[in-house]
Design a protein around this ligand. Structure first.
Ligand code: NAP
Length: 334
């Protein structure tokens, strides 16, 4: 997925990229921590809803400007790029607001709680020609790159199996999420594992999905089978009220790579031998995938091109649409 812009005059080429953050929660802290390992990016200011939280992060990470809204942030901190790191229900709305500035945008997922919201954000970004990237950080896991390489060393990728179980009771119990976010959990959170189907398999050519609902109106029991380009097969399961978690299994020729949990990789070969892979130092030190996606964002700002495996709003929309296909056939459990 690539995005190009015509105007290259203002791109910072030989100095750190000045970044402004919108949102001062848990994930903003993770990005700021990861940014310490990415010298191409320099956080210069932050705006959020509750000023005290923005002030606390600014003091901790040495940000020069604390602002009350994105307009003020752009005016006072003069960033080259913005990161939208607000609550799930607010990302699409704040993103649309920030697209007006014309600055390259990094957006946390989800870019909306519905396919329609994601379509609107992608449409406006396209019309305005704004460079953008959506934070599907799992795509940047070093352990995925290493595991996939091992599979491809032996031949073709044959099958991609994704297990996307959510801990719905835990999510509801935290009190951190609004009812609209919990209701749209398939977009708000389950898009992380759903996106991994596209990451490993490409754009599915055929999807056959079933969904039932134990408690969640849009579904909480999912099974889907997919056919990807080249005949690679895929499967997705999600059982949101049963113990389990996120996992990926890649089947190759004489090799199986199992990422369970996602941050680990165990390879099993046809002769019965096994091998355990370790992530890169960056992924071991900070939230996995975060330095990789920040470097990719820096590359986008400097060159105007978003390199794979990153996703822009159009890519995020494709993942949202796939999630929409998974919930479309939902029926209540009898
Ligand atoms: N990639 C990942 O693995 C990952 C993991 C977790 C979360 N996320 C995503 O990251 C985003 C933030 O999550 P979080 O855990 O950091 O949430 P959080 O701790 O609740 O923080 C959200 C922040 O955004 C602020 N905010 C909310 N609405 C706003 C608005 N309209 N304008 C300006 N600021 C606003 C909040 O202000 P207040 O302080 O007033 O509440 C808070 O500072 C979410 O979209 C989530 O889906 C991604």
């Amino acid at each position: 997925m690539t995005t190009d812009i015509e105007n290259t005059a203002d791109r910072p080429v030989d100095r750190p990229i000045r970044v402004g953050l919108v949102g001062a929660g848990l994930i903003a802290r993770q990005h700021l921590t990861a940014m310490r390992r990415v010298p191409e990016l320099l956080a210069v200011g932050i705006a959020s809803r509750t000023r005290a939280k923005a002030e606390a992060l600014a003091a901790e990470f040495g940000l020069g400007q604390v602002c009350d809204n994105p307009e003020e942030l752009v005016r006072q901190a003069r960033p080259d790029a913005l990161m939208v790191l607000v609550s799930p229900q607010a990302v699409a709305q704040v993103a649309v607001q920030c697209l007006d500035f014309g600055l390259p945008l990094f957006l946390e997922k989800p870019v909306g709680l519905s396919v329609a919201e994601a379509e609107e954000a992608a449409r406006i970004a396209g019309e305005k020609g704004v460079l953008n990237m959506v934070g599907f950080n799992r795509r940047h896991y070093s352990i995925f790159q290493k595991g996939l390489r091992k599979v491809l060393e032996r031949g073709r990728l044959l099958s991609v199996q994704v297990e996307g179980s959510e801990r719905m009771a835990v999510a509801r119990g935290t009190g951190r999420f609004t009812e609209e976010v919990l209701r749209a959990w398939v977009f708000a959170n389950a898009t992380h594992p759903i996106d991994l189907l596209r990451h490993f398999g490409g754009e599915p050519e055929e999807v056959c999905a079933f969904a039932t609902s134990l408690h969640e109106p849009l579904g909480d029991q999912f099974v889907a089978c997919l056919r990807f380009p080249g005949g690679v097969l895929g499967s997705f399961t999600g059982n949101w009220h049963s113990p389990g978690g996120w996992a990926v299994v890649l089947k190759g020729e004489g090799v199986t790579a199992e990422f369970r949990p996602l941050e680990t990789c165990r390879l099993t070969y046809a002769d019965g031998t096994t091998e355990v892979l370790e992530p890169d130092a960056d992924d071991a030190a900070v939230k996995p995938g975060f330095t990789g996606q920040l470097r990719a964002f820096a590359g986008l700002v400097r060159t105007g091109v978003l390199a794979p495996p990153s996703q822009d709003l159009a890519g995020a929309l494709a993942t949202m649409r796939l999630a929409g296909q998974f919930i479309a056939p939902v029926r209540p459990l009898s």
